[in-house]
Write a protein that binds this ligand. Structure first.
Ligand SMILES: [Zn+2]
Length: 170
């Protein structure tokens, strides 16, 4: 009996210790920020991606690779791979930039007030690495009425797998 109690005590202690050493990771922006120096970003991004993601640039309309892209899948951050938008939320805005009426999840992107260029706009940044993605406007389609106007250079695309496509059909 004593042996049993002792091993219970040991187990409890071990459980407490391992819990304090490995805090549970929740998917929230505050715990998953990817921090890199400008030099580190420059090595993993193209000059165009760096100019847009890290220096808040904008690609010319109708020049990006995703404004006229209609495949099924997920658009991820070109900087950190965070899932940002789903192809099912993409619509043809006619602006020359890929446009979505909602982000992938509530933690996919963050927004900031942008008062540059004599306008007040809402900037959209990656929820994980704070990379600049584009702006959000309130002239989008139903059901949200929002238009997330995003630079193709800030995005990568992961095509849906066969099983994901079949699931949707069912
Ligand atoms: Zn990112």
């Amino acid at each position: 009996m004593q042996k049993f109690l002792l091993s219970c005590l040991a187990l409890c202690l071990f459980a407490c210790q391992s819990q304090s050493q490995t805090p549970t990771q929740k998917e929230s922006p505050s715990t998953t920020v990817t921090e890199k120096t400008p030099e580190q970003w420059q090595t993993c991004l193209t000059p165009e991606q760096y100019r847009i993601l890290r220096e808040k640039g904008t690609e010319r309309a109708f020049t990006g690779k995703y404004y006229d892209h209609h495949e099924e899948g997920t658009y991820t951050c070109a900087g950190c791979g965070h899932k940002l938008f789903a192809s099912t939320h993409k619509f043809d805005s006619g602006t020359g930039w890929p446009s979505y009426w909602t982000p992938h999840t509530q933690y996919a992107v963050k927004t900031n007030t942008d008062k540059t260029h004599g306008m007040e706009r809402v900037e959209v940044v990656c929820g994980k690495c704070d990379g600049h993605l584009g702006h959000v406007f309130d002239d989008g389609p139903a059901p949200t009425g929002m238009r997330y106007c995003i630079n193709s250079a800030s995005l990568n695309f992961e095509p849906a797998t066969k099983t994901e496509k079949e699931k949707k059909k069912k």
